[in-house]
Design a protein around this ligand. Structure first.
Ligand code: IMP
Ligand code: MG
Length: 217
């Protein structure tokens, strides 16, 4: 019998070495791009493996706390997008996912009090167990406003989960139920967090160099 790689289906495909030659330049370029982004960091706070280990712990706690109940996760876009993808795949419970899209930084590095809701209708959370997910708790304005809004829709209960909490005094008291890591009051990027929409795809979380913030502002 003819070996499969001799059949028509395989004959026109590039050989493994040719394919490697194709992939190699784009892979090299990708690594160079990630290195260039990492060079914009003052220092790395959490690498990918550390983040994933912490997500294992958070997911285990959430799965335990919501056992036997159906969860509605409300993810705050865009910052929580990577967290949502990685965390929810670790929670083996029936759940619904909704997203709200807001902006508070308006392109800078200091939060503004005014929260802009980018979508007209909010998720229907009446009678639901709601878990709000966000990337980072900074001034607290985002989480507090979204929580207040959702609570007017009659949910059974609302809890909050953030990957990062900045150690600082806050005008709005917000006490998240699930926290990944506590960090100093510094501007961080990566793993979904952006500066001017950049760096979200960095696999780690790091402090952005201050000279770059000044230069790009
Ligand atoms: P808050 O409303 O001031 O708590 O800010 C929360 C939102 O601001 C987060 O959902 C992030 O999108 C953004 N944010 C706050 N701190 C940082 C940061 O250090 N890097 C990137 N985005 C941040
Ligand atoms: Mg942001």
């Amino acid at each position: 019998m003819q070996p499969p790689w001799e059949s028509g289906r395989f004959r026109n495909r590039p050989s493994l070495t040719e394919a490697r030659r194709d992939i190699f330049p784009s892979l090299t370029k990708m690594i160079a791009d990630i290195r260039a982004m990492q060079a914009d960091l003052d220092r790395i706070l959490f690498d990918e493996a550390t983040i994933h280990r912490r997500l294992d712990e958070l997911a285990a706690r959430i799965s335990h706390d919501y056992r036997g109940r159906e969860l509605t996760v409300v993810a705050i876009l865009n910052g929580s997008i990577i967290l949502v993808a990685d965390l929810l795949r670790r929670i083996p419970l029936p759940l619904k996912l909704d997203c709200v899209s807001v902006a508070s930084y308006h392109g800078g590095v200091t939060p503004s009090d005014e929260l802009i809701f980018r979508q007209v209708s909010l998720p229907d959370v009446a009678g639901r167990h709601v878990l709000i997910l966000d990337d980072v708790l900074d001034s607290g304005a985002t989480l507090a406003s979204i929580r207040e809004k959702l609570e007017t829709a009659g949910p059974l209960n609302v809890r909050t989960c953030v990957l990062l909490v900045k150690k600082k005094a806050r005008a709005r008291v917000v006490d998240p139920d699930y926290v990944g890591f506590e960090i100093a009051d510094e501007f961080v990027v990566g793993y979904g967090l952006d500066y001017l929409e950049r760096y979200r795809n960095l696999p780690c979380i790091g402090v952005l160099r201050k000279d770059l913030i000044a230069r790009m502002a």
